[in-house]
Design a protein around this ligand. Structure first.
Ligand code: BGC
Length: 682
């Protein structure tokens, strides 16, 4: 049916399907209509009933009105697609993505996405621009908060669950997912947003691409390109990336959309000498929809006159867009079951939000938690703040429903009488996110001074870090008796923190990204290489080894770090075989014991170290994790399975490789490996 429809369209109508505009283009109120006419800049006013999709709607009635007006005025009655950034919740705001990664809980992350999808769909949204599975090792980059941290395996697992959660069976309670930003956006040089990415192919295919690849296995319906160059060419017109890798190697047949004006941005980037060349380069590279620029709307037709081979490329792109509309059921019902009414936004959280918020917090140091009956005094910039949602929560953003920590915490008293100070510090919720790169993501000077003073006054202090990104805590760590790292957790932040500090819930979050000791160590990540000259001692004066003269090589807190109120002992690791060849699977049994009297959740992390390879590999690579529950005093044998493929790596052509020889399998975390066995690849 979509093919027949395509055949009925004129070239202009086809191009229209590839153009994405904002809702103001259709606003039917008198003022905006006039304003719209005079504001004919990136789109062509007379073509507006040809355009295919809209960016940034969040209101059902608004969406319905626009759709109605559009269908009445368009010849072929092809419904509009509404796309929005539902990044960590729509009306219910869940923890920011980086926090969700800290939960290491696939199930909860998927549930949260299912709820977000239902709320988004009920607001007239058809596509969410999520998940962002850009691996990043650089905490200067503000968008670190929108991703799932430094590790491609963890990021890929999260991306996979999100896509499954959003899309479900693509019914009326689901939305289509858009993987972004393809590719390598999380590795801008010097952590500066939109900057060049200079990854080698080996590095990209081994430590970045696997996150996209795993997410693609969940079959997201769209992929968004990134603003950066990769291998020298802007991603939006990078034929190698889009046609060879994405469509070729990964058989992606969904819609590829640009990032916000990333097509016209190629002119500033000096890759296109004007919008016509940007249009030609983008469509040839495989870009289907142009978001918010004049490149396709005003120049794609001319491009076909210059090069008629583009006509076929346009047909391919339009067919993909029509197919997406069909899959979402829009041809059957352009409103997907919605009708205009006076109801406000719909909230569908069933308790998942609080559960996920609790599991997303990481306890980094503990000398005085949980609190029992101590009298507390809350201070610091965020103790009194409702701004706990985190960046990209514009759709919901109902902060008036959020509680401050001061509002929910019991046993509060004056500073003088307090047994313990709870000090809430860090970074504002909008200090991370797009365009929020920093050269020094550390604790603010006022907080350092204040914490030193509290310490000098002999106060016991629990530091609660409010932040979208990891913050360098080195200066204040000595002044804090306990450190609770809470990435922005959304609507339930204060409640989650209260429950954890009081021991009503146990900590089970683990860092999804390392926290460096100082800025100079950035990029800091656990998957470092031994180098040709490993350090032998902790002595900084050691010469001709890979070290710094003024700093250890190790972070302040490692990826995978996270304490809880219980002690879990790792007893044994047993393997069902020690030799592995192609097609084989190996079974691991890890025996754990909860030595404490309280329920706990433990993240079993499995790393490998390939002792010899044709392309050098890191000291540690996470290849599996499982979050398990342990009752008080319970002993549990966790059974895990690893396929031969899990041990493989990639060469510079993205081909799998694995040589014969020994590989160490390690259980524990980068801070401390607890159990270890060696297998032989044969
Ligand atoms: C961001 C994307 C986002 C898009 C649409 C861009 O500026 O980079 O992540 O999805 O805007 O809002």
């Amino acid at each position: 049916m979509t093919k027949e429809l395509l055949n009925k369209l004129t070239l202009e109508e086809k191009i229209g399907q590839l153009v994405q505009v904002d809702p103001s283009v259709y606003d039917i109120s008198e003022e905006t209509e006039l304003f719209g006419v005079s504001n004919d800049t990136y789109y062509v006013q007379k073509d507006r009933f040809l355009y295919g999709s809209i960016l940034g709607i969040n209101n059902k009635n608004h969406a319905i009105r626009i759709q109605k007006q559009y269908l009445e005025n368009s010849k072929h009655k092809i419904p509009l697609l509404f796309m929005s950034d539902v990044i960590h919740g729509c009306h219910t705001i869940f923890p920011v993505p980086l926090a969700q990664a800290a939960s290491f809980n696939r199930n909860l992350v998927r549930k949260a996405a299912t709820i977000s999808a239902k709320e988004a769909a009920s607001s007239g949204i058809h596509v969410t621009f999520s998940p962002m599975v850009d691996v990043t090792r650089d905490i200067r980059w503000g968008r670190v908060t929108e991703g799932y941290g430094e590790d491609a395996y963890l990021t890929g697992e999260m991306g996979y669950e999100l896509v499954k959660g959003y899309q479900g069976d693509l019914g009326n309670n689901n939305v289509a997912a858009c993987l972004k930003h393809f590719a390598g956006y999380g590795a801008p040089d010097a952590g500066r947003d939109y900057n060049e990415v200079t990854l080698s192919k080996e590095t990209f295919f081994n430590y970045y691409m696997p996150a996209y690849a795993r997410t693609l296995e969940a079959n997201p319906k769209l992929v968004m390109t990134s603003f950066n160059t990769l291998f020298g060419i802007p991603a939006t017109a990078n034929k190698y990336l889009l046609r060879d890798i994405l469509r070729g190697q990964y058989a992606f047949n969904g819609v590829i959309i640009s990032d916000f004006a990333s097509t016209s941005n190629m002119i500033a980037h000096k890759y296109a000498d004007g919008p016509l060349s940007a249009a030609m380069k983008s469509i040839k590279a495989g870009l289907d929809i142009d978001m918010m620029s004049d490149v396709y709307s005003k120049h794609l037709k001319l491009a076909t006159e210059k090069d008629p081979s583009i006509l076929k490329l346009i047909d391919d792109a339009v067919l993909k867009v029509l197919k997406l509309k069909e899959k979402l059921g829009l041809f059957k019902d352009p409103y997907r079951g919605l009708s205009e009414d006076n109801q406000g936004p719909q909230f569908y959280d069933d308790g998942t939000n609080l559960e996920l918020a609790i599991e997303s917090v990481v306890l980094l140091k503990n000398n005085n938690l949980p609190l029992k009956n101590e009298k507390v005094y809350l201070m610091g910039e965020y103790a009194d703040s409702r701004r706990t949602n985190g960046s990209w929560s514009w759709v919901g953003g109902h902060i008036s429903n959020n509680k401050t920590l001061k509002e929910v915490f019991p046993n509060q008293t004056s500073y003088e009488e307090a047994d313990v100070i709870i000090y809430c510090f860090g970074e504002g919720e909008r200090e991370s996110g797009e365009s929020q790169s920093k050269t020094n993501p550390s604790v603010k000077l006022e907080d350092v001074k204040q914490l030193k003073q509290l310490h000098d006054n002999g106060k016991k202090v629990i530091g609660v870090v409010y932040s979208g990104r990891p913050l360098i805590l080195t200066e204040v760590e000595p002044y804090l008796d306990s450190i609770v790292f809470a990435f922005y957790l959304g609507n339930q932040m204060s409640k989650a923190i209260k429950r954890l500090l009081l021991g009503e819930a146990n900590f089970s979050g683990r860092l999804p990204i390392s926290i460096p000791l100082n800025v100079g160590q950035i990029p800091m990540y656990y998957g470092q290489f031994t180098t040709s000259r490993p350090r032998n001692t902790d002595d900084l004066t050691e010469q001709y080894v890979s070290n710094y003269k003024d700093s250890p090589n190790t972070p302040l807190y490692y990826f995978g770090d996270g304490l809880s109120y219980s002690e879990v002992k790792y007893h044994t690791l047993t393997l069902n075989k020690t030799k592995l060849s192609e097609g084989d699977t190996i079974k691991l049994s890890v025996k754990l014991e909860n030595l404490s009297d309280i329920f706990t959740k433990e993240v079993v992390q499995v790393y490998i170290n390939d002792l010899f390879s044709e392309i050098v590999r890191p000291k540690l690579e996470l290849i599996l994790f499982e979050k398990v529950s342990l009752n008080p005093k319970q002993t549990l044998v966790v059974e895990l399975e690893l396929k031969y493929e899990s041990f493989m790596y990639k060469d510079g052509n993205n081909e799998n490789k694995l040589e014969e020889g020994p590989i160490e399998i390690m259980i524990g975390s980068p801070r401390k490996i607890l159990l270890q066995e060696t297998i032989e690849i044969i």
